[in-house]
Design a protein around this ligand. Structure first.
Ligand code: ADP
Ligand code: MG
Length: 616
């Protein structure tokens, strides 16, 4: 391709001496690492003991935002103001988390649409991106204090199964925390890098990751230093927490403690949970555990422990088998086995896996730290300080299209290797909409007006359909010469249109540098505007939907109900003009709370009618 005048090795504009850090943004714990004298090290807290930061954010009644250990204390004191496991919500819509909401101590607002989830604290609404950014800010500050230097660049890891939206959300969180996220890499890839397995020639690696609440098995193939994910499997609700629960159940049985007694007493229930976790960790290095709690001596030995966790280990092995099957590999074809996640310190897990794979495990690095250490290795490669470099052609700036309200929707992120083909689905926002404008931009800002326009075209002759019904797939295709082609196709009718663009390369180094810098400087303000615009879009959609809902269901709604919906709808309309994200969200919630049961009634009626229709 016509080479872009930037440093392709580093995938960045200006080379400087600043450190690029590696961050593991975990469900249970997060941490930051960097390379010191050629070796990856994880950064400890001020007391010099802990590298792990619990991934917990708490909003103290005073307004202070606490992160990590301090926030963890508030899990008991202020459960409704303390958010844990936010990674599970990243890039998720309400519809995605159906049924899981009630299990959390904090409030996720009631809604079952495709809108992205928000968490309510008092009268404010937070996105998972904002909450993750708090954790990242904490880590940024920790490493800055250690180095005595500002840190603005990072590599952040995500699970191999994370989709586009989840990856983009992770990047957004980094940006909001003041970090230029040079690359998002897969956690299993990071773990393999930490063990130096990128030096394997054409090897296959199994990475077994058992964390606090999730289990992942990934099979990677490495060819000439490039990692490819062959398969992933796992269980998003299986991890160390389940092992703690198994110990609690064992004790309740053994000492005849009723579940009610534990549930009713919050403090006791928390204390027994902490004791169970302590027992579990103790048994990774000792044969027996005993401790007195509330006058009762709680005991458990290694063989009791091994037998109660066997069902959990068995479940993970089933997943391992599935992952091997999906990768079309036999056990013998796996060259390396890597253990990741705090729970893999448990001896029986190590021995069962070693037996299953018929080989020794890579467990010399700390399993809690290995992902972040590997991210630091990748960061070092990007900084051009490491010889393990692959020359890759990358996109110097993100590319995407304009969506409702002038927002930039990134389709090809910055630093993507080319050639590349990426698609995303869109729909119309107005009933009977015939044309859709596809405007293509380049840059890192959240609003297209601040980015560089590359071109536009109009997808014409979409057959008349209600808003939201057309399925329009937009593809970005960049060939190995760097030529970008953008295609849009309405799938129901087959209508399509496209454009070829090559001016995205005609941009100077200075210009790119300026654009990158500005995107970081304006990150917070941009995010605010974006969040407001997204709320406005969501509100407009709901206003429209309730109008239609009334029209379609006049027969089953009472006068009073119709009036109430209309009143709540006009309040929502008023809130849109207030241009305040939180009042818009409150008004949405207020309307949804009223219409959700009515919608269920209408659905029941319609299904009833349909069944009657069949029997006639
Ligand atoms: P995540 O990737 O989900 O953020 P981690 O990899 O940090 O999670 O793992 C956290 C889990 O590891 C917790 O459930 C914790 O109790 C468990 N753990 C940590 N140390 C040990 C140990 N020595 N033995 C058993 N489990 C442990
Ligand atoms: Mg992890």
């Amino acid at each position: 391709m016509a080479k872009i005048p930037i440093d392709l090795k580093a995938g960045e504009i200006k080379k400087d001496n600043s450190v690029i850090v590696g961050i593991d943004l975990g469900t249970t714990n997060s941490l930051v690492s960097y390379i010191k004298d050629g070796k990856a090290i994880a950064v400890k807290d001020k007391s010099g003991t802990n590298t792990l930061v619990p991934s917990i954010v708490s909003f103290a009644p005073s307004g202070e935002i606490l992160v990590g250990e301090q926030a963890r204390m508030n899990l008991i004191l202020h459960p409704e103001r303390t958010i844990y496991s936010v990674k599970r919500l990243l890039g998720k819509s309400y519809a995605d988390i159906q049924g899981r909401r009630s299990k959390l101590g904090y409030t996720i607002i009631e809604d079952d649409t495709d809108a992205l989830v928000k968490i309510q604290i008092d009268d404010k609404f937070y996105t998972p991106v904002e909450l993750s950014a708090e954790i990242l800010k904490f880590l940024k500050q920790r490493v800055e204090e250690e180095l005595g230097l500002p840190v603005t660049k990072a590599v952040i890891t995500v699970p191999a199964y994370f989709n586009d939206t989840q990856r983009q959300s992770t990047k957004d969180a980094g940006k909001l925390a003041g970090l230029d996220v040079l690359r998002i890499i897969n956690e299993p890839t990071a773990a393999s890098l930490a063990y130096g397995l990128d030096n394997l020639n054409d090897g296959k690696i199994a990475i077994y990751d058992l964390g606090g609440g999730t289990f992942d098995i990934s099979i990677l193939e490495i060819t000439d230093g490039v990692f490819e994910v062959l398969s992933t499997h796992g269980d998003t609700y299986l991890g160390g927490d389940d092992i703690d629960n198994a110990i609690i159940e064992f004790w309740m049985d053994k000492y005849g403690i009723a579940e009610i007694a534990v549930m009713d007493n919050k403090e006791f229930s928390q204390a027994i949970r902490l004791t169970a976790e302590k027992a579990k960790k103790h048994l990774s290095f000792n044969d027996k555990f005993s401790e007195t709690l509330g006058g009762v001596l709680f005991e458990i030995n290694r063989s009791e422990f091994d037998s109660i966790i066997t069902p959990i280990v068995d479940r993970t092995i089933l997943s391992v088998n599935q992952a091997l099957k999906d990768a079309k590999l036999s056990i013998e074809q796996v060259d390396e086995l890597v253990l990741v996640g705090g729970s893999t310190r448990i001896p029986i897990i190590k021995s069962r896996l070693s037996e299953f794979f018929k080989k020794n495990v890579n467990d010399t690095l700390d399993p809690d730290e290995v992902v972040s250490l590997g991210a630091a290795v990748q960061a070092d490669v990007l900084a051009g300080k490491n010889k393990r470099i692959l020359l890759l052609d990358v996109t110097p700036l993100s590319m995407g299209i304009e969506t409702m309200g002038g927002l930039m929707d990134v389709i090809v992120p910055r630093n993507s290797t080319i050639p590349i083909k990426v698609g995303r689905k869109y729909t119309t926002s107005m009933d009977g909409q015939k044309n859709l404008k596809v405007a293509i931009y380049q840059g890192e800002r959240d609003l297209v007006k601040d980015n560089r326009k590359l071109g536009e075209f109009i997808l014409k002759d979409i057959p008349p359909m209600s808003a939201g019904i057309p399925k329009i797939e937009v593809h970005f295709i960049i060939d190995s010469d760097g030529i970008l082609q953008v295609r849009a196709k309405e799938e129901r009718s087959g209508t399509e249109s496209d454009i070829e663009i090559n001016n995205h390369l005609g941009i100077s180094e200075e210009e790119m540098g300026r654009m990158l810098l500005e995107s970081i400087q304006h990150a917070e303000a941009d995010m605010k505007v974006k969040a407001l615009q997204e709320s406005v879009n969501e509100a407009n959609y709901i206003v429209n939907a309730s109008k239609k809902f009334i029209q379609q269901n006049t027969s089953i709604l009472s006068e009073d109900e119709i009036q109430e919906i209309q009143e709540r709808t006009s309040k929502l309309k008023e809130s849109i003009s207030s241009q305040d994200k939180n009042s818009i969200q409150s008004a949405i919630q207020n309307l949804n709370a009223y219409t959700t049961p009515l919608a269920h009634r209408a659905l029941d009626k319609n299904i009833g009618d349909a069944i009657k229709g069949i029997s006639l």
